[in-house]
Ligand binder design. Structure first.
Ligand SMILES: C[S@@+](CC[C@H](N)C(=O)[O-])C[C@H]1O[C@@H](n2cnc3c(N)ncnc32)[C@H](O)[C@@H]1O
Length: 238
């Protein structure tokens, strides 16, 4: 289970945020939406889903109100990204995190935006062009392999995506192989109490993510964050 102080904080957040921090508007918007793709996606098995409508996904993943609960600057700050690093966004979707990662690695660094859905890769290419993200490279990958060179990556960010990957222990070993010395993997996903995200029964508890990363050889732990609906697990080279 989540350590009790964290659990208490989140239960408090579950009551206070919607009322006080402006999240009520977000939740009402989400409730009013005919379909939340983050939920719709979970009706399908990995490799069998339809992410082809990139514009529709962007309407949700890139919604302006997402920043209220996703707090992308805060997530990237947790990752301790330094200028010149190589950072990966695994399952990058429409590229929501790319501007933040691109700024963090700077002109001498680079960001690899890995994504199995070809239309989303095209969407990210257009986004990089439009937003001048010259240090970002969108890449299409298969579902079971990030296809990263050994020892080539400093940071790997995996947001709302880890639970989509099928053989996660084997996948963890591939991530470990890709890490440079002091390289790290950050998994960000929804807590069970969250009013948004995949159906609760499909959510992974932090301890399960830790076990899966450790099965692949990564030294892993849950870390403190300020996200109302998500937890963060970091995996490091042993
Ligand atoms: C809910 S979206 C999250 C997108 C992005 N990380 C964000 O937070 O905006 C999940 C993403 O995971 C991708 N995905 C699904 N299975 C995957 C796999 N096996 N490997 C890598 N990405 C995968 C999907 O194509 C989709 O873009």
């Amino acid at each position: 289970m989540i350590p009790s102080p964290n659990a208490r904080r989140r239960l408090t957040a579950a009551v206070v945020y919607p009322l006080i921090a402006g999240c009520a508007a977000v939740l009402l918007t989400l409730a009013a939406a005919p379909r939340d793709p983050q939920e719709a996606r979970h009706e399908h098995r990995v490799g069998d889903h339809d992410f082809s409508d990139a514009e529709r996904w962007s309407a949700h993943l890139d919604h302006a109100e997402r920043s209220e609960w996703q707090r992308p600057e805060s997530v990237v700050a947790l990752m301790e990204v330094a200028a010149g690093m190589t950072a990966v966004d695994l399952g990058a979707g429409t590229g929501y995190f790319l501007p933040y990662l691109a700024a963090a690695v700077g002109r001498d660094g680079r960001v690899l935006a890995l994504e199995p859905e070809p239309n989303l890769v095209d969407f990210m290419e257009e986004r990089c062009e439009r937003e001048g993200l010259v240090n970002v490279e969108p890449r299409r990958i298969p579902f079971d392999d990030p296809q990263l060179d050994a020892g080539s990556v400093d940071r790997i960010l995996i947001v709302n995506t880890w639970h989509h990957i099928a053989a996660r222990a084997a996948y963890s070993a591939k991530l470990l192989a890709a890490l440079a010395p002091d390289g790290r993997v950050y998994v960000v996903d929804f807590v069970r109490e969250s009013p948004i995200g995949p159906p609760p029964e499909e959510r992974l508890e932090p301890h399960q993510v830790i076990r899966e990363l450790e099965a692949g050889g990564l030294r892993s732990e849950q870390i403190e964050e300020d996200l109302p609906w998500q937890y963060v697990v970091v995996g490091r080279r042993p």
